[in-house]
Design a binder for this molecule. Sequence first.
Ligand SMILES: Cc1cc2nc3c(=O)[nH]c(=O)nc-3n(C[C@H](O)[C@H](O)[C@H](O)COP(=O)(O)OP(=O)(O)OC[C@H]3O[C@@H](n4cnc5c(N)ncnc54)[C@H](O)[C@@H]3O)c2cc1C
Length: 534
Amino acid sequence: MFCSKSSLAFLFMVLLQSEISLAISTDSTLDKFITCAQVHSSVTIPISKTIFNPKNSSYTSVLQNPAVNLRFIEPSVRKPEFIFTPLHDAHVQAAVICSKQLGIQIRIRSGGHDYEGVSYTSVFETRFIVVDIGNLRSIIVDIEKSSAWVQAGATNGEVYYRIAEKSKIHAYPAGACTSLGIGGHITGGGYGSLHRKYGLAADNVIDARIVDANGRILDREAMGEDLFWAIRGGGGASFGIILWWKIKLVPVPETVTVFTVTKTLEEGATKLLYRWQQVADKVDEDLLIRVLISPSNVSSTRTISTTYDGFFLGNSDRLLQVIQESFPELGVTRKDCVELDWIGSVMYLSNNPSGTSVEFLLQRKSVFRTYFKAKSDFVRDPIPETALEGIWKLLLEEDSPVVLLSPYGGKMSKISESETPFPHRSGTIFIFEYMTVWTDGEKGTEKHKGWIRKLYGYLTPYVSKFPREAYVNYRDFDLGVNKNSNTSYIEASVWGKKYFKNNFDRLVKVKTEVDPDNFFRHEQSIPPLPVWKN
Ligand SMILES: Cc1cc2nc3c(=O)[nH]c(=O)nc-3n(C[C@H](O)[C@H](O)[C@H](O)COP(=O)(O)OP(=O)(O)OC[C@H]3O[C@@H](n4cnc5c(N)ncnc54)[C@H](O)[C@@H]3O)c2cc1C
């Protein structure tokens, strides 16, 4: 296009005016939101103190501190117009009522661990706000009733700490990483070290309080069993904002045992991993052995290390007996075993730096904060040794890849596929998570994404099929995304069936009933069916 000086000046004026009008409309939206939220929240805490817009010096830190995947805080990524950090349940209600009234899209954040940054950025919304409920984190533990009410902004580490503070023989089965927001984590399932014995975090929820699309606070009885089913595994931010979970505590012995055994390729890692696949989901339910795989350097040679992290509900004598009967090839000895209480095992398995005190759990800090892209698969038949060798070759091509294999079986196999939206149950030997991490910012993204897609392609013959299953808590946009607010059932089924199998249909039905206008939406939210109104 050819531009004269005067037309450039004109263009400049137009641009300047539109910038000014955008800023004005943004400010007035914010003012209207504050006024509306003040009216609709039945508490006297001033709303203005809970809002951060780009003019506040703390906007950037409030936005970025909880974000775990640094890819989504890069300057090129869309930012919210403002961040609302409620201090009371009524504020969350007001956020829904007022956003709806003002036509503002919201993103909901508890712990900020979403793999694709869905809780604080957006691919398809140009204007949105973040409702960050990290301040809402009360935990009320009732040991006598073996239950606890937990506000959704708490981390799982805080929940573990508060349980252990009251009892050494109670626990909650949820994730191993201790900085996960309980709001987002439970909505997708949640597994860690106790799922073989007791199932997922979502399997151990007995009640909840949620703000629905009309701004009402509903408990289990008021929301009904369909919605209560959908929020326990149907993925975050499709049905409402979870305020509280009532969780069931599970019994654990006073002494549990953990161990770590590492084998490299030179020490027979391939054969051992093949054997692990034959026993991992069948061993005693009190035992869980997960495997962490990554390249390592041994005497200046790059090789593959497979690290077996074991967790056992009992003392080391009984553990050694169980291992001897089911997996003697691992070669666990008494000196590999560490006896701890349950909260001690949480610290051991969470990859927090060794020697970290349990009080660290109250700091809500993630030890993992980097640029990454991850994927998940579910394995139903052992991957042959020759195929494992192909995986090693691919891992050795990449800078910093990590693979985590977690066995299922036990209680996981006894819960039916449709009991909750999480369908990866009987017949699953293990979940296969793979990830590549890097530190050189945005410029590394395409290269590393290319590598992980190659591994995904390579794994095709060895993992679940029709559909190729994936874990919704390991969100992966490569599986497909909603185009905008009008994604069809067919389009969303592409990724929806992978996460939920046939439960996707029931999720769509619930969504259509509780949020027909699709107020709670994001790139992988459950779409409602079109509803024709008179
Ligand atoms: C380092 C790391 C370790 C992990 N370890 C495990 C593990 O051991 N086991 C496991 O099962 N998973 C694990 N995960 C995955 C984790 O369970 C998910 O990322 C989970 O969604 C995180 O929840 P969050 O609240 O921290 O994240 P957020 O980013 O805040 O939220 C995730 C999703 O839930 C929605 N959401 C958040 N809060 C609410 C709410 N109150 N109501 C409704 N929707 C909400 C968000 O909008 C978003 O869609 C891990 C993730 C990371 C990054």
